[in-house]
Design a protein around this ligand. Structure first.
Ligand code: DLL
Length: 421
């Protein structure tokens, strides 16, 4: 679609969404009134910046379904976030929303290389998490034969990969590494598998991990991004031919990037917090949802002819931000710094401690057995981080296999012990 038509479509859809919220969701109606706004005030896409953000706390304040725009009997599915901090967030879908969900996931899988008739090993968790069922429905929409293995049970996963020979796998990037390790333990070579494409997401990951997964599983890996509040997986996906930035399905989700501190919109190309409006949802339309994810929109032409904007890999969450002696550090920046040092395995863990008034960051890193000198490598990592990120850290080399692995779900890479004695 030509860009001008896409912008016109987005404006019309945003207007419809605001009207729906105003008519059906008392909390939104009150909020618009408080801000002195009516849906009619959105006359151009730029006017959207006058509308207040929706935050996770708003969903919590109206728990469970207070922001829902559809009557209860119209709902067809509920998902929930894991709720590691506070109450879980509950999200609802009606028939129309499930249709949108399947459509955007089908597009994502297609962009990732999947084609009708292929077999699809779906190792995202099934259940309240949107990863499993969301990806499942999109795969069926595209015409894949889905193996709904869900997360965990690594030995059984390995058996199924060998017995059913799927061409496509979807899981978290950290779990892809666990599967690769398991296959290597069994002496399986990438050539023994039919796998060609991996669709990895649900947690931040770096190029280094992409290279490791591609080499060890014999696949091309693309990044799938999404979040329950907006739909689940399938807000954006890279194209397997380029692997450089995920196309946002902008006819359903309207992206903005804002300054994490001031909330002011930033131009394409600048890093900030991703804000998404779910323009076509009818059960849970959210206006300007503050994802907390740090990324940027990639301007300029791309190699596929799409007019959609791409988003860069998510660097971290604005709430993951580590402030270390005044310097802002995202775990993914540390991972980027490791990139330059081909010798280490992609397994690392960050621990923050406090001695007196001084915060310290320890980066534990698995060093493959025949590495040069672990001490020299650690010193080099410390030097790279100092140079690229601007902070002094301590790097601790560890035995291969000693750091926590994904058990199928999202992997926590940071342990913050600063508030503890
Ligand atoms: O993680 C949806 C999903 C499932 C996406 C499977 C991709 C694959 P939530 O549990 O609501 O939904 O978590 C959403 O996970 O705000 C990001 O912080 C993070 N996240 C998701 N995809 C990526 C990605 C699913 N590709 C939160 N890169 C989001 C980095 C990601 N972070």
């Amino acid at each position: 679609m030509p860009t001008a038509s896409l912008r016109a479509l987005q404006l019309a859809q945003l207007q419809q969404m605001l009207a729906l919220q105003d008519a059906r969701v008392p909390a939104y109606r009150e909020r618009f009134a408080r801000a002195g706004l009516t849906p009619g005030d959105l006359r151009s896409l730029d006017d959207l910046r006058a509308f207040p953000f929706t935050r996770k706390d708003d969903l919590r304040a109206h728990y469970p379904l207070g922001l829902c725009a559809a009557p209860r009997p119209d709902l067809r599915r509920i998902h929930a976030s894991s709720g590691t901090s506070g109450k879980p967030t509950v999200v609802a879908y009606d028939r129309h929303d499930l249709n949108v969900f399947a459509e955007v996931v089908a597009r994502s899988l297609h962009a990732a290389g999947a084609r009708p008739g292929m077999t699809f090993h779906n190792a995202y968790g099934y259940g309240l998490f949107t990863g499993g069922l969301g990806t499942h429905a999109g795969a069926e929409r595209l015409g894949l034969c889905t193996v709904p293995v869900s997360g965990g049970g690594t030995e059984r996963q390995l058996d199924l990969l060998l017995d059913l020979q799927p061409e496509v796998i979807a899981c978290t990037p950290s779990y892809a590494l666990v599967l690769a390790e398991g296959l290597e333990r069994r002496g399986v070579l990438p050539g023994d598998l039919a796998l060609r494409y991996a669709v990895l997401g649900a947690e931040p990951w770096a190029e280094k991990t992409r290279r490791a997964v591609q080499e060890r599983l014999g696949v091309r890996a693309t990044n799938i991004y999404g979040l329950s509040e907006i739909i689940g997986p399938g807000v954006s996906n890279e194209d397997v031919r380029e692997q450089s930035g995920s196309y946002v399905w902008e006819d359903h989700f309207y992206p903005e990037i804002v300054d994490p501190q001031t909330g002011e919109p930033l131009p394409d190309g600048e890093w900030g917090v991703l804000i998404l409006s779910s323009m076509t949802r009818t059960a849970l339309p959210l206006v300007r949802y503050w994802t907390g994810d740090i990324t940027r929109l990639l301007p300029g032409p791309n190699g596929t002819g799409r007019t959609l904007r791409r988003m860069d890999a998510v660097r971290g969450r604005s709430d993951d931000l580590i402030i270390l002696r005044g310097v802002n550090v995202y775990p993914a920046q540390l991972e980027d710094a490791l990139l330059r040092l081909g010798q280490t395995s992609p397994h690392y863990h960050v621990t923050l401690t406090r001695t007196g008034l001084l915060d310290e960051l320890t980066l534990q890193l698995e060093v493959p057995a025949p590495a040069v000198s672990a001490a020299a490598l650690a010193a080099e990592v410390e030097r790279q981080v100092k140079e690229q990120v601007g902070v002094t850290i301590r790097c601790q080399p560890c035995e291969p296999g000693s750091l926590p692995r994904s058990e199928g779900g999202k992997l926590r890479r940071v342990t913050d012990l600063r508030q503890q004695r």
